[in-house]
Design a protein around this ligand. Structure first.
Ligand code: NDP
Length: 279
């Protein structure tokens, strides 16, 4: 398989395709992560909220890979982002993962109760304590990215947000880029709905690739962009990583980006802060 793209951002080196694990639990999660590492994934995405950090850690250990070879991300749920609680949440995640440090610790969603500056300072403190090599944010709007960056001298390395061809994220992507951050696309396949899109299918046929591979190639071909597709299927796990030996033409990239539509967002929990407000 061709070499993977590594995204460099504020001192972090992040493999451009990671394995998402949301909704994978217990044995199914262990197997998916094991298959992923066997297929060549070197980036795993979990969260305290996914209740699967134990099988993720067990599969990592069972792989026999050097700890330094795999980039592991976990996240702190908004109920736990107050100073003190955040560090405790990170310690509990490490215990479940069986690791002494994660590569990346994210605030999973901005909290409606704890000011961004307080939670980001707690995140920076977790890094200083050695719980995480790098820190970042998730589901932060452009405006909240600015608040987060202003709250600490510690570098934030990514903002993990929903992104796929049906959802334009230009504004929030630009906000992170201004501060040297990567952008991590979650729900990169639009929860698989996009694979039936006629434009994507036509491009996939021309390259003799699958629609999912075309979508993931569109992600990683955008500078500073990481994607974390999830699958519980061994064949699709391998398929989703196999995107580093072809390239889309600029007009194809643009045709795919032009599929964005106003109702493209898939993830907008009622309790979350609005993601679209003006910066
Ligand atoms: P995805 O866009 O990754 O879609 C996952 C779905 O696509 C599954 O139903 C999967 O089914 C299917 N699929 C995977 N590969 C293929 C393929 N090659 N062809 C066709 N269908 C495919 O959605 P997610 O919401 O899971 O997002 C990915 C990850 O992002 C999550 O697992 C999680 O780690 C992270 N995330 C983070 C959030 C945050 O708030 N920070 C929020 C949501 C997600 P099957 O298993 O059968 O292959």
């Amino acid at each position: 398989m061709a070499d993977q793209i590594i995204v460099e951002a504020n001192g972090a080196r992040i493999p451009a395709i990671g394995l998402g694990t949301w909704q994978l639990r217990d044995e199914a999660c262990f197997e998916a992560v094991r298959w992923g590492l066997e297929a060549g994934y070197r980036h795993l995405d979990t969260a305290a909220m996914y209740e699967n950090e134990e099988p993720v850690g067990q599969a990592l250990k069972a792989s026999g890979l050097d700890r330094d070879a795999v980039f592991v991300t976990t996240k702190v749920w908004p109920s736990d982002v107050a100073p003190g609680n955040l560090e405790r949440s990170a310690e509990a995640s490490l215990k479940r993962l069986g690791l002494s440090q994660v590569d990346l610790l994210l605030i999973h969603w901005p909290s409606a109760d704890v000011p961004v500056a307080d939670s980001v300072r707690a995140l920076a403190n977790a890094r200083r304590q050695g719980l995480a090599r790098h820190i970042g944010i998730s589901n932060f709007s452009a405006k909240l990215v600015e608040q987060a960056v202003a709250a600490t001298d510690e570098p934030l390395v990514t903002n993990q947000c929903e992104y796929h061809p049906y959802l334009n994220q230009d504004r929030v992507r630009a906000a992170g880029r201004r501060h040297g951050m990567a952008f991590t696309s979650y729900c990169p396949l639009g929860r698989s709905g996009l694979v039936g899109d006629p434009t994507i299918r036509a491009i996939a046929e021309a390259y003799e690739r699958t629609p999912a591979q075309v979508i993931l190639r569109w992600h990683v071909q955008q500078p500073g962009t990481v994607a974390i597709p999830r699958s519980g299927n061994r064949g699709r796990i391998a398929e989703n990583l196999d995107v580093f030996d072809f390239a889309l033409a600029e007009d194809e990239m643009q045709r795919i980006s032009a599929l964005a539509r106003p109702d493209g967002r898939r993830v907008s929990p009622a309790w979350a802060l609005p993601l679209d407000e003006a910066a």
